[in-house]
Ligand binder design. Structure first.
Ligand SMILES: [Zn+2]
Ligand SMILES: [Zn+2]
Length: 187
């Protein structure tokens, strides 16, 4: 292989590592949310997620002027499910690939947290994008029907797990909520 081919090969491999890390991490997040966020397996996570976040944003109060932080003190719990993936990557991947894996994991976690906050902000810059509004609606459906749409960003995992719900199936609820207008938590 000449130098150009080597660089192209490396870049392609880095993209594959970054992409598979993104989808693996979003799958782990979806499963963790379903298995621990909405069951009492670990009481503290359940109380903080359902009693905190879901209680703050419920019914018609899906948005607020400022993000209401309720889960900061259990952030470490959310890091735990990623440990096996990181250890596996560490034992198999060369160092540069591992660095790409960690970088992608950090970006993925940040993107999930960031986008979730944007969903609940009354005035988000992202509201101009159709893709954003669609994901936001699916997340609001999760708040109204907590047994659906556990993924925050990649709802294809919910389709795979059989927990996906869209506005067609829950059309009446969405129309009712939207007719009333999604009100602020600070009202
Ligand atoms: Zn939830
Ligand atoms: Zn939410």
């Amino acid at each position: 292989m000449n130098v150009i081919e080597t660089i192209i090969f490396r870049l392609a491999a880095y993209s594959m590592i970054a992409g598979s890390t993104y989808y693996s991490a979003s799958f782990i997040q979806t499963l963790f949310h379903r298995l621990f966020g909405h069951t009492r397996r670990i009481g503290k996570i359940y109380e903080v997620h359902v009693g905190g976040h879901h209680a703050q944003y419920s019914g018609e109060r899906m948005q607020s002027d400022r993000w209401i932080a309720t889960e900061r003190h259990i952030t470490l719990y959310y890091a735990i499910p990623f440990i096996p993936m990181v250890l596996t990557a560490w034992s198999f991947l060369p160092l540069d690939f591992f660095v790409v894996h960690i970088g992608s994991l950090m970006l993925t976690i940040w993107w999930h947290i960031y986008l979730h906050r944007q969903y609940h902000l009354r005035e988000s810059w992202f509201s101009r994008f159709n893709w954003f509004r669609q994901k936001q609606r699916l997340h609001f459906l999760h708040h109204w029907h907590p047994r659906t749409n556990y993924a925050i960003v990649e709802y294809k995992w919910d389709r795979l797990l059989g927990t996906f719900a869209d506005s067609v199936r829950f059309g009446i609820d969405l129309e009712r909520q939207e007719a009333k207008g999604v009100k602020s938590s600070s009202d």
